[in-house]
Design a protein around this ligand. Sequence first.
Ligand code: SF4
Length: 326
Amino acid sequence: MQYNLSWQQQLAQAETDIYRLCDTVGCDPKALGIADKPPDFPLRVPKSFIERMEYGNPKDPLLLQVLPQAAEYVSTSGYGEDPLEEAGQSPVPGLLHKYESRVLVMPTGACAVHCRYCFRRHFPYQERGLLGSHWKQILAYIQSQPLVNEVIFSGGDPLLLSDALLERYFSELALLPQIKRIRCHSRTPVVIPDRITPSFIELCQKTTVPVILMIHCNHPQELSEALCDKLKLLSQAGVRLYNQTVLLKEINDSVSILAELSERLWEACVQPYYVHALDAVAGAQHFDLPNKTAIDLHERLRAALPGFLVPTFVREVPHQKAKVPL
Ligand code: SF4
């Protein structure tokens, strides 16, 4: 279906009702094992993403990423609300400083889609503060850190901000002589490809330091033609595109799926970058896989693909100075 709606309208019309979603995808809610109470992390999924789900398939890999299931409430030791122990790493509200040369700014706690495996599904955005009124403090902090040369916009999802606001943040950061690049982590283009607007492309081009877009795509079925077309436009405009994937049980834990994902990303001008082991967040334990499975998948992927299409398999370990290769 072609949309005549703006990305903001598509966002506003995202599905939030579990039973309506089950009906749209032709699946019996009982067979899907949905929770019998409203989820604490509510359902949210744009219609353009729902359209990529296979009708009548209760195991559809896109559906399972967004569907609140009873399995989320099975309490499992080792899974907590702050799996990366990010509390205490925020010297200024709206900014996390975990790594030596990079800081992460959080302009919003909102996302276009609610991924059930999200490691920040319990993150107290309001309590810890968002970029909003703290922008000047954030700029001053970055200026005071001579080793910081890269700013990462994360969240929430930074591409829920208007292009005008992004342009302001990017241009002010680019004036700091130490900043070599600006990186945006976003899943919004994957679920609403129309988020890649001409004005977004233009603002990336105008920014005087390179802009990197790290998309977040977990399965080749997510790479619709509309999305690939937009990614190619970004690439032609000089935006460097990377992808990170979360390794998810019964969704993408197979060599054939991961190999196809890498191949399709490459066709869309996106470099496969990371496959992340799941962060041990409460509510996502049913997606987790043993380390050995991840290592085995990586080995077999290396045999199946040229090296430049094999993403690095990593885990984030609290308080480590970089991601840890598996
Ligand atoms: S888009 Fe990213 S931050 Fe938002 S819910 Fe999904 S995984 Fe979490």
